[in-house]
Design a protein around this ligand. Structure first.
Ligand SMILES: O=C(O)C1=C[C@@H](OP(=O)(O)O)[C@@H](O)[C@H](O)C1
Ligand SMILES: C=C(OP(=O)(O)O)C(=O)O
Length: 423
């Protein structure tokens, strides 16, 4: 892909069926649990993208055998050991899920990544690990780079955790906790975004035979073995968002195949959210989710705190809506791949919308549309948001579109295929 992507403009209704690779979040959990489990596992239809490659690489660096050369990934646990250097790239999942695993290794494990990773909030995780008996060297801010000095075991036990800036702090602790001597009795110190992602963690743990109990203020994980299991990964429903949005924008029809009947992925809320924005949403007989639009996009007033990663695409839709939208509950997006509230403000303003930043969200008022060159902000979901805008607005370009490699390296090809797939 070139340095600047001229996104396809399309006024005719799209009519396409789209198949998507596995979920980033489920693949990350499956890799970590496979690495900590009591035998080899096979992951079927994992996501192959920068974030999951980095997770596989991080686990390999600690002594886990991950075979990723075939269609399936084969994971064989090994003795966890340092010294090791872990490149977390820009992946929140690696930043927050890997350190508790590193604490179970012997020897130092240094975690670092892209320049922006060093700004991503992580103090709640580092403080919690220290309270659980782990020695960690950091710059005093709890952010990358830091070094976990594992001794091969973690005491565990009761801990109060500040996960107000990222649910991944809770997920990371819970994922490894069955291997701590005392498990974990985690109490939240404050708010928690992205609750479905914690439910995903709890469900993944239970599928691996781990006992997780919801308590008054958090979760308790009982110490014990993590049972190895083969797993077929659900498609990534957050990556489905731009494709389904295309139906709404063009007044067309898009079906994403193999849509799970029940899911903890935040994208599972797309039927309701896109329905509120004017789509009709149905399930197809062969298990897909079909979204049909009329070409009119209704404004959205919603608290997206539980489904934050859907925000960039939904906000792009809001800029194309027939009135002002208000998206709240998403202050923590300022700590994502980029400050997404600021980035969305800049991008939506560039294409003609009026944007007001709230402490925890955005008010987006559509305006006269205009062409613009947008930045990707190294953020995969900002590229996808740009693609949605470009459908409706001629002349939308996105600089540095390769940022999509974080979760969907061939996004632009899939986007073109969708647009060319009219029947
Ligand atoms: O656990 C996970 O897989 C994720 C949790 C969420 O993180 P935050 O709670 O930091 O938003 C989400 O935004 C991220 O894309 C993936
Ligand atoms: C916030 C996201 O990623 P990360 O896992 O790096 O936090 C995302 O994918 O939208």
């Amino acid at each position: 892909m070139s340095e600047v992507w001229t996104t396809p403009h399309r006024s005719a209704p799209v009519d396409a069926v789209v198949a998507l690779p596995g979920s980033k979040s489920l693949t990350a959990r499956a890799l970590v649990l496979a690495a900590l489990s009591d035998g080899p596992s096979r992951l079927v239809r994992p996501l192959r993208a920068r974030d999951t490659d980095l997770m596989a690489g991080a686990l390999r660096a600690l002594g886990v055998h991950v075979r990723a050369d075939g269609a399936d990934w084969l994971v064989t646990p090994g003795d966890l050991r340092g010294p090791a250097e872990v490149d977390a790239g820009l992946a929140g999942t690696v930043l927050r899920f890997l350190p508790p695993v590193a604490a179970l290794a012997t020897g130092p494990v240094r975690v670092d990544g892209d320049a922006r990773l060093r700004d991503r909030p992580n103090a709640g995780l580092i403080a919690a690990l220290r309270d659980l008996g782990v020695r960690i060297e950091d710059d005093g801010r709890g952010r990358a780079p830091f070094t976990v000095h594992g001794t091969g075991r973690v005491r565990g036990g009761a801990v109060t955790v500040d996960a107000s800036e990222s649910s991944q702090i809770v997920s990371g602790l819970l994922l490894a906790a069955a291997r701590f001597d005392e498990g974990i009795d985690l109490t939240l110190a404050g708010g928690l975004p992205s609750m479905p992602h914690v439910e995903m963690t709890v469900e993944s743990l239970r599928e691996h035979g781990v006992t997780v109990t919801a308590t008054d203020g958090g979760w308790r994980v009982t110490p014990g073995p993590i049972t190895a299991r083969d797993e077929v990964l659900e498609p990534d429903l957050s990556n489905a968002a731009p494709f389904l949005a295309a139906a709404l924008v063009t007044g067309g029809r898009v079906t994403v195949g193999d849509w799970p009947t029940a899911t903890t992925q935040p994208g599972g809320r797309l039927d309701q959210l896109l329905g509120e924005m004017g789509a009709s949403v149905t399930r197809t007989d062969d298990g897909g989710l079909q979204v049909t639009g009329t070409g009119v996009v209704r404004p959205l007033v919603a608290d997206l705190g539980e489904v934050g990663e859907l925000t960039p695409v939904l906000a792009a839709l809001c800029a194309l809506a027939e009135g002002p939208s208000r998206l709240t509950g998403i202050g923590h997006l300022r700590g994502h791949e980029t400050d997404r509230l600021q980035a969305l403000d800049e991008v939506l303003t560039a294409v003609g919308a009026r944007v007001e930043q709230l402490p925890d969200g955005l008010v987006v008022t559509p305006g006269p549309r205009r062409a613009a060159r947008l930045d990707s902000y190294a953020d995969h979901r900002m590229v996808m948001a740009g693609a949605v805008l470009g459908l409706a607005i001629a002349g939308v370009e996105v600089a540095d579109p390769g940022a999509v490699s974080k979760t969907l390296p061939d996004f632009a090809d899939r986007w073109s295929a969708m647009l060319g797939a009219d029947r």
